[in-house]
Design a protein around this ligand. Structure first.
Ligand code: ADP
Ligand code: MG
Length: 251
């Protein structure tokens, strides 16, 4: 794990830092405290799994970390940029270049093919059409979807769409990958394959936060964060002696 700094080396800054993060929806009688003072740091090379009951605040944590929502109080710092103090333009650029986000309901663009969906973030970031398509096809191949590159979302199964959404989040070497239940629509073997890809990204230096219900998938993580009623109640550090689950893909 790269979060442990030796005494002589300069400390490695976290890719993601959440400080005293709160998010309150509504006001008065309808007030909902989605997050109540969450602190979390995720370092390069780390895969952190977030678990907890439905409604505990997992998605809220992820949308705030990804700059998709604004906290009521507290700070979100991504790669040294305080999202709560940055301009909308800065946040947009950071989201395009630095942050890969896998939405729970995929959020693919229906009018674009699988390859076009995956290539889009790169094209928006100024990469030419052809190199962007090449990158997209390479990632789709890693996902076992190369033959479906020119299909539209409504011509694919839920599991296939989910893998396209993961490919779109990984394209362009994002330093922070945030995934909300990215294995929800996948059979266990395909799910393990997606986890192996996320793990590879982390081993290559990215920081990943994975929301999951399944301890089988959380077993790929360096740390497991348990959220309950909007607060972090437990952090389990996986022993490095514990073997990672083995799977035939990508590792
Ligand atoms: P989880 O992902 O763990 O299921 P969420 O982060 O989606 O939980 O939700 C945490 C709490 O915040 C829940 O009580 C939920 O109903 C509430 N909540 C989330 N988003 C909103 C919103 N936009 N408006 C009102 N309440 C919300
Ligand atoms: Mg959720």
């Amino acid at each position: 794990m790269s979060s442990q700094n030796t005494s002589s080396a300069p400390p490695t800054p976290p890719v993601l830092l959440l400080e005293a993060l709160t998010r309150v929806h509504g006001s008065g009688a309808t007030e909902v405290h989605a997050l109540r003072g969450v602190d979390l740091a995720v370092y390069p090379g780390e895969l952190v799994a977030v678990m907890g009951p439905s409604g505990s605040g997992k998605s809220s944590l992820l949308t705030l970390a990804g700059g998709l929502d604004v906290p009521t109080s507290g700070r979100v710092v991504v790669e040294g940029t305080d999202l709560t103090a940055a301009s909308r333009k800065q946040v947009a650029a950071l989201r395009r270049r630095g942050i890969g986000y896998v939405f729970q309901d995929y959020n693919l663009i229906p009018a674009l093919t699988a390859a076009e969906n995956v290539a889009l973030p790169r094209e928006l970031d100024g990469v030419g059409r052809r190199p962007a398509r090449r990158e997209a096809l390479a990632l789709l191949a890693e996902m076992g979807l190369d033959r479906l590159a020119d299909r539209f979302p409504d011509e694919m199964s839920g599991g296939q769409q989910q893998r396209v959404a993961v490919a779109r989040a990984l394209v362009g070497d994002r330093r922070l990958v945030l995934a909300d239940e990215p294995t929800g629509a996948l059979d266990s073997e395909t799910g393990e394959g997606v986890l192996a890809l996320l793990r590879n990204r982390c081993d290559a230096g990215a920081a990943c936060v994975l929301v999951t219900h399944e301890s089988r998938f959380a077993a790929w993580a360096d740390r497991v964060v348990l959220v309950r009623d909007g607060a972090v109640v437990d952090i389990t550090v996986r022993s490095s002696a514990e073997p990672l689950p083995t799977v035939g893909t990508a590792r």
